[in-house]
Design a protein. Structure first.
Length: 497
């Protein structure tokens, strides 16, 4: 009993000591923002960085918040002085972050380091107004098709010579192959986020759509032009007198991507829009092996359009049947075929000059630049890749054997290099056989108009819901569809920053 009491007292004393130590940790915080699945990596390497600079950082500790990448601008907009010291963001946010004063320019030796250690295209994406504002760290912010080989092997869509999907495959081919395959694949699903503007944009780019933004000297948006719906002859301003070829082609390609296997325009049983909880693409994949998710636990997932961030999960789910390739070929109602493009972007790491640590001294600001470089350098880039499949921008990391032979990254690069031309039966004769946009399988995701994402989200979601419910309103005929396309383009062009 006496021995037991001593043990209990010792344990309590130890616990009390831990609490005391925690309570006495009065070190100031240096905040890092990044994607949630990179948290452990950033904190591990930030601590290594702190130990290597202990004289400067002995009174500081690093903390992490998952506000980076897609959430960086909205989080920083609240109060840049309370935002992260170092953070990741998608390159299309750069103009807005510069406008907030939340990105320190990359100059002198820091710029030389960035140019020497990263691929040229990724470095170029950090520039605005002749200055670089960040360090590139991820050059894979695009999408392509993942598929389960077992679902399509030995069907009409299969190319036995390449042991993969045929080069010009369509959504129609995929849906027909699942019916042909039968068995457990009779209810197999193909999913892509038609209600997500980033993915839906790719369809507009595929048929000749585009946008252009201009900025003033302070980085504020002056104008936004969009060609997602119509083009106007010189001297004409009335949108209803425009040429709606682009918009109608995009609408038909979007519609056919989910309905094409059904003659009555209802949504194919093989298209997966959301799970029982209404979660879209990314959550669908994460929950695939979750037995509580009844739809995905019982329904085979045959093909998925997304990017490298889901490679590890899909490899886990599909095992040896895991494969990746270029995006499908899209088709209009008239049988025009367009190679689907992706919306290709980069992810950067920026330094916030308004944070408390940076404002306290020029030396501290320079130290944050050094931290940003460290987190984008070879060792951390490879660690990020091994953890999540993220494709590096760092030159030496790209030479890593696993990175260089990664099937997902190979598919993405093939998509980037894809030849995209107007079809031979295109309605505008002079464009037949000409390049669509840059003639390749991507549109670089530079800064978008201020009101870009929401209208396209709404367009894709409305399209799906109307055809899924069989109650067409915005898309019931040519006139109503044209009206909605005009509204879409107007919303993108007219919003002020």
């Amino acid at each position: 009993m006496k021995k037991t009491l001593c043990i209990i007292i010792s344990v309590l004393l130890i616990a009390a000591s831990i609490v005391t130590l925690c309570a006495c940790d009065n070190r100031e915080v240096i905040l890092i923002w990044g994607a949630s699945d990179h948290q452990d990596i950033y904190l591990e390497y930030a601590e290594k960085f702190r130990e290597a600079h202990i004289d400067q950082l002995k009174d500081y500790k690093f903390e992490f918040a998952g506000s980076g990448d897609s959430g960086a601008y909205s989080a920083m907009q609240t109060d840049p002085s309370a935002g992260a010291a170092v953070y990741t963001f998608a390159n299309d946010m750069m103009a807005n972050l510069i406008n907030l004063g939340a990105l320190a320019p990359v100059l002198g030796d820091n710029l030389a380091w960035s140019e020497e250690n990263n691929i040229e295209a990724a470095v170029e994406a950090t520039y605005m107004g002749g200055k670089s504002y960040a360090y590139p760290f991820q050059a894979d912010n695009g999408y392509y098709m993942y598929y389960n080989k077992d679902a399509f092997k030995d069907t009409a869509v299969w190319d036995s010579a390449t042991n993969g999907l045929k080069a010009d495959y369509t959504f129609r081919d995929l849906y027909a192959a699942l019916d042909e395959k039968g068995g457990k694949w009779a209810d197999g699903k193909v999913t892509w986020s038609i209600g997500d503007s980033w993915y839906t944009s790719g369809v507009f780019f595929s048929v000749g759509g585009d946008y252009k933004v201009t900025y003033d000297a302070d980085g504020k948006q002056e104008s936004a032009a969009c060609w997602f719906s119509y083009t106007l002859p010189d001297g004409i301003t009335d949108p209803y007198k425009g040429d709606y070829t682009i918009g109608m082609d995009a609408y038909e390609c979007l519609k056919n991507s989910i309905t094409v296997s059904n003659t009555d325009n209802t949504v194919s049983k093989h298209y997966l829009y959301s799970d029982a909880q209404g979660s879209h693409l990314n959550d669908n994949i994460d929950n695939y092996t979750n037995p509580d998710n009844t739809i995905l636990a019982k329904t085979p997932l045959a093909a998925v359009i997304c990017g490298t961030w889901k490679a590890a999960k899909l490899k886990e789910v599909w095992g040896d049947n895991y494969a990746a390739t270029i995006l499908p070929t899209l088709e209009t109602d008239d049988g025009e075929m367009f190679a689907m493009k992706n919306f290709a972007g980069y992810k950067h790491i920026g330094v916030n000059p308004q944070c408390t640590f940076a404002k306290s001294s020029e030396a501290n600001l320079m130290l944050l630049h050094e931290l940003a470089q460290y987190l984008s350098d070879t060792e951390v880039s490879i660690a990020r890749y091994e953890s999540t499949g993220a494709g590096p921008a760092n030159k030496k990391a790209l030479e890593n054997e696993k990175v260089a032979t990664d099937s997902a990254l190979l598919a993405l690069n093939a998509q980037y290099a894809r030849e995209c031309k107007y079809p031979a039966n295109y309605s505008i004769a002079e464009l037949r056989g000409q390049p669509v946009g840059n003639g390749l399988g991507f549109r670089v995701q530079d800064s978008v108009p201020a009101n870009y994402w929401a209208p396209i989200d709404k367009f894709g979601n409305t399209l799906y819901n109307e055809f899924a419910n069989g109650k067409l309103d915005r898309f019931k005929d040519y006139i109503t569809t044209k009206d909605y396309l005009a509204e879409l383009q107007s919303e993108i062009e007219q919003a002020a920053q």
